[in-house]
Design a protein around this ligand. Structure first.
Ligand SMILES: Nc1ncnc2c1ncn2[C@@H]1O[C@H](COP(=O)(O)OP(=O)(O)OP(=O)(O)O)[C@@H](O)[C@H]1O
Length: 612
């Protein structure tokens, strides 16, 4: 995985600053105005810890003087009032800053998800289907990178506020003892070094164990059915696969946890040691100040109070400043991954797609190998399909039929050669070509919304009355089951619909065919095994209505039902990424080649020749 290789190399300072700059810009944009306002107040509040300590010192001195009979209670009460006010201010500020940090976190999550959706919907399609590295980055952005980017402004502001607190405490403590200040700062160094190391190891561990983590989530969903994408519950139940999944899930998740725990254990031990050192030094310093007051009572008890509160705060502020800076720069690697997501090449869609008058399809010496694969799925394939022709593509599994359709629809680009539609190279005129095509993919979408929307998604600009839509559904044989729904076309269907009113596989397929038909401006229709889920009657009906459904559109029908090839003008027989035979049904039968062999095998099975 690329991430792991990148780990080995450190980022240059230029790149670190460039990424930090970008992150701050994004983060600034996602921050709410109220949150920025609270942060602004935070700069003033950064002086409050010192103010509180100095007031405590004064209060202690006043109390001491009251006991010594040198002062009345009034002044002490006034100082106490100020102290209470300061504490109230600090508490209110902490409440507001915690609240807005939570608001920011929610905005951050939304921002990240939006970015992920934007990226996934616009990158070149090959990254979605084939590039594991891109999917890893998506998962990573969701897990960490995005939130680091969106919170970088907050991180930077907190660091700056801590710097103010650090400087103000240092100035006050310097008045007491330079040595104390130096010791306090020095004892924070182990915590800072550990934090940097911890960040480094966390990143390495996350990238290393990400696949295990993702697999463990996948297995969990497979067994629990808690995710709508896991439609394998019936398989799992029927074949009694729970023990297998449970064992696999246990192994993978244990492995993941083991790696995670090993790192956590190490960090807990080291951090405890650093804490013991810090606390030991703190107690030592208090004893030192107590000794000084004992030797010279004129210093007053207030100094003890001042040092005891400021020492803790100085240690905290020092650690927060340095750890904050170290973490910010440590997070840059996560942020880099996030920005790389944004930099993944996007599909180029023309702003003003052309409307194609004629949409002849030409594949010229097209070869194609899927990314991350070594096998050619299409091999130097050339074919011209004239506007209006009805073509059937047949061939054994894996012969390249769907790949042909995918290249025509511009989902992938040829490794070599050219695909043109109406004279336009698909690569350069994606939007124009896609507008000219309507399609039923082998894995068509099932959308959790009304049946009407499921159909009209294919052309959102087209307006249609319910009456006309019903007519359309009659052509695809979908009308009867739609009519039977409580709300007809407006019925919400799918796993999440009220009462789980889902459609059957075949009904969904009829909806997908109607959707393809609804896109009436298309000049080409691609149907990739459009009847795989239909019952024989529905299938026969569909092919009888084939002319009505496809109209004058160029039609490419991919199918394993060889009987229906009598309804097309030309048949292309695919084998091993090539077209090995072409002609009409009668010609190919007479030829006695692969098509004839497949046809006879199927006809024999049925005991008669199917005639549409
Ligand atoms: N996303 C992918 N990544 C890598 N290889 C793929 C991918 N999709 C298909 N292939 C490979 O490309 C070749 C052609 O596959 P394709 O899906 O085009 O075949 P097909 O003729 O449509 O098969 P079927 O009749 O089973 O639908 C096969 O060897 C297949 O393994």
């Amino acid at each position: 995985m690329k991430n792991q290789q990148e780990l080995k190399g450190r980022l240059g300072i230029g790149e670190v600053l460039r990424i930090a700059g970008k992150a701050l810009q994004v983060s600034f944009r996602t921050k709410s105005t109220m949150s920025l306002f609270v942060n602004l107040i935070g700069f003033a509040m950064a002086f409050v810890p010192v103010w509180i300590s100095m007031t405590l010192r004064d209060f202690t001195n006043h109390v001491q003087q009251i006991f010594q009979g040198q002062e009345t209670i009034m002044t002490a009460l006034l100082v106490l009032g100020l102290l209470i006010l300061l504490y109230l201010m600090q508490t209110s500020y902490l409440f507001a800053s915690d609240y807005y940090a939570e608001v920011d976190r929610q905005r951050t999550t939304r921002y990240m998800k939006k970015k992920i959706i934007e990226s996934a919907s616009s990158v070149e399609y090959k990254y979605i289907e084939n590039e594991g590295d891109y999917r890893d980055k998506l998962a990573f952005a969701e897990m960490s990178g995005g939130s680091q980017v969106a919170q970088s402004m907050q991180q930077s502001i907190v660091i700056l506020q801590q710097v103010i607190t650090f400087v103000s405490i240092t100035l006050v403590l310097l008045d007491v003892s330079l040595l104390i200040v130096m010791i306090l700062i020095a004892t924070c160094i182990p915590a800072v070094v550990l934090s940097i190391k911890q960040k480094d190891e966390d990143y390495k561990n996350k990238t290393k164990s990400m696949k295990d983590g993702a697999m463990s989530v996948h297995l969990f969903y497979m067994a629990s059915g808690a995710n709508e994408n896991c439609k394998s519950m019936n398989d799992v139940r029927f074949f009694g696969m729970y023990p297998w999944i449970k064992d696999k899930w246990r192994d993978v998740s244990m492995n993941y946890l083991k790696q995670k725990n090993a790192v956590s254990r190490k960090h807990v031990v080291y951090n405890s040691l650093a804490d013991i050192l810090r606390n030991g030094v703190y107690i030592g310093i208090l004893l030192l100040v107590a000794k000084q007051i004992y030797d010279n009572p004129a210093i007053g008890l207030g100094v003890f109070m001042l040092v005891s509160t400021l020492a803790v705060q100085l240690q905290n502020a020092t650690t927060k400043v340095f750890v904050g800076i170290a973490q910010f720069f440590g997070d840059i690697r996560y942020m880099k991954d996030f920005f790389e997501l944004d930099a993944t090449p996007k599909e180029k869609l023309e702003d003003h797609p052309q409307v194609l008058d004629q949409a002849d399809i030409v594949f010229e010496n097209v070869s194609f190998t899927y990314p991350n694969s070594t096998m050619q799925a299409l091999k130097n394939l050339s074919i011209t399909i004239k506007q209006g022709e009805k073509i059937a593509i047949v061939g054994e599994n894996g012969s390249g039929k769907s790949t042909f359709a995918n290249l025509l629809c511009g989902m992938h680009q040829p490794t070599s050669g050219e695909v043109t539609v109406g004279g336009l190279n698909v690569k350069n005129y994606l939007a124009s070509v896609r507008n000219a095509i309507s399609v039923v993919f082998q894995n068509f979408g099932r959308y959790e919304t009304s049946i009407k929307e499921n159909i009209t998604f294919s052309d959102r600009s087209r307006k249609i009355t319910d009456e006309d839509l019903e007519k359309l559904t009659k052509t695809t044989n979908a009308f009867s089951f739609i009519e039977a729904q409580p709300n007809g076309l407006d019925e919400t269907v799918g796993t999440f619909s009220e009462g789980g009113n889902d459609l059957s596989g075949g009904q969904w397929q009829k909806v997908a065919i109607t959707r393809a038909m609804y896109r009436d401006k298309a000049r080409i229709m691609v149907l990739d095994e459009p009847t795989s889920a239909l019952d024989p009657v529905a299938e026969a009906q569909l092919y009888r209505d084939f002319a009505k459904i496809t109209g004058d559109k160029t039609t490419i029908l991919i199918s394993h039902r060889l009987g229906i090839t009598t309804i097309v003008d030309r048949i292309l027989v695919f084998a091993d990424g090539r077209i090995i035979e072409e002609g009409d049904h009668t010609e190919l039968l007479a030829k006695g080649g692969q098509y004839a062999a497949m046809y006879h095998a199927q006809a024999q099975w049925y005991g008669e020749v199917v005639d549409f």
